[in-house]
Each structure stands twice: as C-alpha cells, then as structure tokens.
Design a protein around this ligand. Structure first.
Ligand code: IPM
Ligand code: MG
Length: 484
C-alpha cells in the first residue's frame, strides 16, 4: 500500500448513533485499505452521553482528544428531543471555531439519477453564527425570540475562505445568498463584506442573490452556480437542497474547517429507523473522510479511495437509497458496498471525472483585516415592555415619564403602531418603545436611561429587555420601525 506520510496521523473518531457505527466501520475499513496512515483515538459522544445526564452529549476526555489530534471524523449522532439538550454538532463547531462548512455537490449522472447532470456546486456555509447562536428567550405570554448574530470578522474569514477555495480548485464564480432586502443590518453586513472581499479577487466572478429566488434558481438550474457562500441557516437549508438535487443527501460529505481544528462528517443524520440493518449508504461519511485525508496531507490515499468509490458507483454497485434498476447492476448492503470499493482500489472512473489531490496538507488560511473602530455614541434606547393594554394607554403612560428623553415610536412585532397606527394591525403583548433625545440622534446619557427604566416600572410597565441605539461615526446602527 502506498502511503503519503511515514508517521501515522492521530485523528479522533466517533461512531455516533443510529446508522453511525455501521457507516463509520465501513468508512474506516475503506480508507485504511486505501493507504490512509492513521492513529485512531475513539471517543464516545451522542445519545448515550446525553442520556447519562451530560446535556452537551460529550465528555471532558473527548474534548481532550479533540484538542490533541485537531482532526475529527464524526458519524451522525441523535440529539434527544426536548428542552435542555444542546446539539453536539453545533457545540463542536462553535467551541473550536470551525467557521467554514464546505459541502461539494457534484452530480454522478448517469449513474445516480438526477435531473441536473451538469451540476457541480460547492456550498461554503457559515458555521458558527446567525440563528445558530442558540440565544433564545421567552419574553412574554405570547412571544419568544431568537437572536440572529452576524459579525464582520466571522463573515470576512468565511467569505475569504470561499474565494480562496474557488481559486485553489479552479472554480470561476462565487455567489452569495442573503435576505438583505429585509435584514438590512445583519444580512446587509454579510453582503457588504462579500462585496468588499470579492474586490480582492478580480480573477473570479462574483454575484449576489436574494436567498429565496437564488434557491429557486439553484433548484431549477444548478449548472448556473459554482461556489455559493451563505449564512448558517440558509446554508443548512440550501446545502440539503443542493445535495438532494445532485443525486441524494446520502452522498454528501462535509468538512468543517477552523484555523486549528477540523471536523469531517456526512451531511445526513443518524437515520434511526435504518440502524443495524446493513442498508445505510456509507458514501457521505466516506467522502467526508476523503476531505479529511486531503486536509491532513494524505492526498494519494484520498485520491485512491475517491477514484475507487467513483468506479464503484459507475459499475452500478449501489446501496438501496440510490438503487435504480435501469443503471444499477447490484443492490448491496453497507458492508458489501465497502468491500466493492476496496476491490476497486487502484482503479479509476471511466466516465466520471477522476479525483486528483495534492500530497501536501491542504490548508487554506485566511486573515481578517484590521480596522480602526468607529466612534460609537449612545443616541437612544429601545425598551421592550409586556402589556395587554391598548397602545394609547401605553403611550400615554410612557410619555408621562420619558423626560428628558422623548418617546419616538412604539412598534408591535416590528410594525409601527404609535404614533399614527391603524386599528387593523394585529398586536401581541410585546411592545418595542423607542426613546431618543429631543434633537434627532443627539447624545443620550446612560444615567438617563437607567432612571427611565426605573420610572417605567413605577408606572406599571416593567421592561423585558432593552436594546441600545448607537451611532457609529455618526451613522445609525439600528433599523427604523416598519412604517416609521
Ligand atoms: C447539518 C445538520 C446540523 C445543522 C444539525 C444536526 C445540528 O442539519 O449539519 O446540516 O443544522 O447544522
Ligand atoms: Mg442540515
């Protein structure tokens, strides 16, 4: 067996839940036969750990292994339903700063059925921020909220990674999807940073799509896309769409890349109903493992495994999920599929494009630019209050205690209802009340805000939460009310 490195590379492996153990076993067997030189440390994560009372689904020793090896091959796990259990996937991604989630979606036509034989899209998904912060609160009887955080450095390193990836793999275009016609500050920042970074890559085309129509277009004409970079939640959804239309979510591998640590996995879940039946397709995890071998510099083994896998698919040796009597020649189980790939090590696909990888570790490094911080000034406060009173009653009480600030407006679910609301607007028990200085965007003292909050409680409108209104070098850092 040829090897790329004299010394085995330590990696951490978790067998996961549901179909996890079977597909991990198959994957490790194939890559080892393919010449991967690995020193495997196994950790236990997932369901059993959650059920033993560890709400994160991972034990302290497991963290130590991950910090030592910095490379994690992870089978899917089951997060128990119900409150209190945090997704381990998200915890690992965030704890280690695995900011880029890279998900290639080539079609394998005509060997795997797809309506899009020309498709070859790579999704580069933001992996730590956005609505995945897990910062959620119930604030009133009627209302819950989830905080959406988009940061400049988080976005910049992701977008730079996407452009560097495009360059490295000779791709021609990077598309960005956001909803910045609605979320002008958060998605607006993501789009703006995308435009700034794109200017540093004049050799690559760049474009922006609003996520709804962009996704519709992707589903209809994926050949029009190459690399797509997008915030976390849109990336979660769009990457499943892309994988499914390319052939099957069962074939998608994924690399979660950080500056130190990286995690490799399948994009699909643990599929409990299929567990223990030797029917699951190990391809998603196997292709994730190929990405891992490239990452650690075992490109020769990666190439051998990937090409044998392509050949197996071409030869029509298929697991149930992609079995199609018109192209398949054998319907095999998980273990037999792994055997078929092993039998083909050293062979290359004859019709599909063969894989080729460098033998040095693939590390795309990105730097985040330094900026002179803007001058930040407090110019008001949004106070959220819980009330069943009509808006006129709330407004009257708040105006009575506002001085030296002024009540500028009240919104309900973002819609301005005071001054000048209309009775048709549906309201819940959650009012955002904006107070500012008398002169537009004039400075406000923190002490005045604190005193105001006390007076609101005194008149029967205790606050739920506040949001500071700031200007940055004079530019307002807050949105207007809908209709303001
Ligand atoms: C994925 C999965 C995860 C996600 C879940 C399991 C937390 O859907 O990797 O796409 O939402 O990111
Ligand atoms: Mg997902």
């Amino acid at each position: 067996m040829g090897t790329d490195s004299a010394v085995p590379v330590p990696i951490t492996v978790a067998y996961g839940d549901g179909i996890g153990p079977e597909i991990m076993e198959a994957t490790l067997r194939v890559i080892t036969a393919g010449g991967a030189e690995l020193e495997v440390e196994t950790i236990r994560i997932g369901q059993a750990i959650y059920e033993a009372g560890n709400s994160a689904g991972i034990e302290p020793e497991a963290w130590e292994s991950l910090r030592r090896t910095k490379v994690f091959l992870k089978a899917p796990i089951t997060t128990p339903e119900g409150g209190g259990f945090k997704s381990l996937n998200v915890t690992v991604r965030k704890a280690f700063g695995l900011f880029a989630n890279v998900r290639p979606n080539p079609s394998y036509a005509p060997f795997v059925a797809t309506k899009h034989p020309g498709m070859d899209v790579v999704i580069v998904r933001e992996n730590e921020e956005d609505l995945y912060g897990g910062i959620e609160h119930r604030q009133t009887e009627d209302v819950t909220q989830c905080l959406k955080l988009i940061t400049r450095p988080g976005t910049e390193r992701l977008v730079r990674y996407a452009f560097e990836y495009a360059r490295r793999y000779r791709r021609s275009k990077v598309s960005c999807f956001t909803k910045d016609n609605i979320m002008k500050m958060t998605d607006g920042l993501f789009h703006r940073v995308f435009d700034e970074v794109a200017a540093d890559y004049p050799d690559l085309q760049s474009e922006h799509w609003i996520v709804d129509i962009g996704t519709a277009r992707l589903a209809d004409t994926p050949e029009a896309f190459d690399v797509i970079v997008l915030p976390n939640l849109y990336g979660d959804i769009v990457s499943d769409v892309a994988a499914e239309i390319s052939g099957s979510v069962g074939l998608g591998g994924s690399a979660n890349i950080g500056s130190e640590v990286a995690m490799f996995e399948a994009i699909h879940g643990s599929a409990p109903p299929l567990a223990g039946k030797n029917v699951a397709n190990p391809s998603g995890l196997l292709l994730g493992a190929v990405q891992m071998l490239v990452h650690i510099g075992q490109g020769e083994a990666a190439e051998r495994v990937h090409n044998a896998w392509l050949r197996t698919i071409e030869d029509g040796v298929h697991t149930e999920d992609i079995y199609d009597p018109t192209v398949s020649t054998a319907r095999v189980g998980t273990a037999e599929f792994a055997d078929a790939v092993i039998d083909r090590l050293g062979e290359r696909p004859q019709k599909l494009r063969a894989a080729s990888y460098p033998s040095t570790p693939e590390r795309i490094t990105v730097a985040v630019s330094t900026r002179v911080p803007a001058r930040k000034e407090l110019v008001g406060i949004d106070v959220f209050v819980d009330s069943r009173e009509p808006v006129e009653v709330i407004a009257k009480a708040l105006e009575g205690v506002a001085a030296p600030l002024e009540l500028v407006m009240i919104t309900n679910r973002g819609q301005k209802v005071y001054p000048g609301g209309i009775p048709e607007t549906f309201c819940v028990d959650h009012w955002r009340c904006r107070f500012q200085a008398r002169e537009p965007n004039g400075p406000v003292a923190y002490g005045d805000v604190v005193a105001l909050l006390g007076r609101l409680g005194d008149v029967g409108f205790p606050f739920i939460k506040t949001e500071g209104l700031f200007t940055f070098d004079g530019i307002p850092g807050f949105s207007l009310g809908q209709g303001q």
